[in-house]
Design a protein around this ligand. Structure first.
Ligand SMILES: [Zn+2]
Ligand SMILES: [Zn+2]
Length: 430
């Protein structure tokens, strides 16, 4: 099959104190192995800051629970006997990922060592409502599902979500989804933890964890059908805010913008004047035709994109002053279609923001493109399974062969292949 072009993703390990309880210790040891930071008992002690006997007990339990397995030995120069090499067991189960956009969803199944076992793309329109869309996604998951226990499900939706309640909250472009029990429905079906997240937050997390730690704080701004943002903190975590609304920047009002009424009912929101929808409306075409016009260098369309870039730049300059990110990533379909947007945003930000906030600022396009959301979902799902709440409940699953399902859509969807076996890199630390 065509592998997804997702590079190795960094996992965070929970910080440990001397008084860490058994569950936290299990979680830390599992994540250190999963991230490749420490792969033997001898390395785990110093990496986790734990006594050898504590590490030894945790490793034995993780082996018994089928989370870890031994894979050969690792030479220990000058210390005699080679050390047993630990790795995530391929039988430790799988995580289901769904990145749902306004008009389509990317789905994938990964194991805990980030191996993509299968993926597919589903044409869905979120305006059809939750029953129709989730029916389609569940059917696609069933077709994709390898023979492994499902340990977690992560789903991203293009609107505001309440992660605690597991429900969308008055999503402007998703009629019928308000307060729909998305998490409850998937939890009942799969009998495992389910994480609901905003789609732009997933992209932000995916980008940040595919980059070195010094590229965070990272601000991700999506300029597509809608406009949204996601903020990753210095230690690589999603910043949700008190109610999960952090980063929902589409309804910030911009100075000098046309008086267009937004889907939210207000006037002059950035989304209402600078999104792909807004640009397409002003050009008198639909969003698909707009992309074609931009790609063919239509002067009128490009002038509208430049105008939108100026407005987005105003908003980004304000956010840069507030959050002082190391990196701003501008993603979404308008950015993908033309360099004009990124160039326009860049010039406004460097012109308007103060030198201290932009001295080391990297302002660039997305490195993962349309698969950034799946990458972020993989991070959340794997960290969820290896969390203190879940790791102690895992049990060995019968050894069965994983069938890697093929994706017929891929050859025309994505270009050159990346790596299918996603290797490991050290975590962010804390
Ligand atoms: Zn609005
Ligand atoms: Zn594909």
């Amino acid at each position: 099959m065509m592998p997804l072009p997702i590079p190795p993703l960094r996992l965070a390990a929970p910080p440990l104190s001397g008084r860490a309880d058994a569950a936290t210790t299990l979680s830390a040891v599992a994540r250190l192995v999963a991230s490749g930071t420490a792969v033997s008992k001898a390395e785990l002690g110093p990496a986790a800051g734990l006594a050898r006997t504590t590490v030894s007990g945790a490793v034995d339990e993780l082996l018994a629970r089928g989370v870890l397995r031994l894979n050969g030995t690792r030479p220990t120069p000058g210390r005699g006997r080679p050390a047993d090499r630990l790795e995530l067991s391929p039988d430790s189960g799988v995580v289901l990922l769904a990145d749902v956009g306004a008009h389509g969803a990317h789905l994938a199944v990964v194991d805990l060592s980030q191996r993509v076992l299968g993926h597919t793309h589903v044409l869905v329109d979120v305006r059809d409502g939750p029953e129709t869309v989730l029916d389609l996604i569940e059917t696609a998951f069933d077709a994709l599902l390898p023979d492994g226990a499902v340990r977690a499900v992560v789903i991203g939706l293009p609107g505001p979500v309440d992660g605690q309640l597991g429900q969308p909250v008055r999503p402007p472009i998703m009629p019928g989804w308000h307060a729909y029990p998305v998490v409850e429905r998937l939890r009942r079906r799969h009998g495992c933890p389910v994480v609901l997240e905003n789609d732009v937050n997933l992209r932000a997390l995916g980008e940040a964890r595919a980059l070195p730690p010094d590229q965070s704080p990272l601000l991700f701004v999506k300029v597509g059908t809608g406009i949204g943002g996601g903020l990753i903190t210095q230690d690589g975590a999603l910043h949700h805010g008190a109610d999960g609304a952090a980063g929902d920047i589409g309804h910030i009002r911009v100075r000098g913008a046309p008086d267009v009424v937004c889907v939210c009912g207000n006037v002059g929101c950035i989304e209402a004047v600078a999104s792909a929808h807004a640009i397409a409306r002003r050009r008198g075409v639909d969003v698909t035709d707009l992309r074609a016009l931009i790609a063919h260098g239509d002067t009128e369309a490009l002038a509208l994109v430049r105008e939108a870039a100026g407005l987005v730049g105003e908003v980004v300059a304000t956010l840069v002053h507030f959050a002082n990110p190391a990196r701003v990533t501008i993603g979404g379909s308008v950015t993908a279609a033309s360099d004009e947007l990124l160039a326009g945003v860049r010039s406004v930000v460097y012109q308007r923001a103060l030198p201290l906030a932009t001295r080391n600022l990297v302002l660039t396009g997305s490195t993962l493109g349309e698969y950034a959301g799946l990458a972020g979902a993989a991070v959340l799902g794997i960290e969820q399974v290896l969390s203190p709440a879940v790791v102690p409940t895992l049990n060995p699953t019968p050894r069965r062969a994983h069938t890697v399902k093929s994706c017929r859509a891929c050859p025309r969807r994505i270009g050159p292949p990346g790596t299918s076996r996603l290797a490991q890199v050290p975590p962010t630390g804390s």
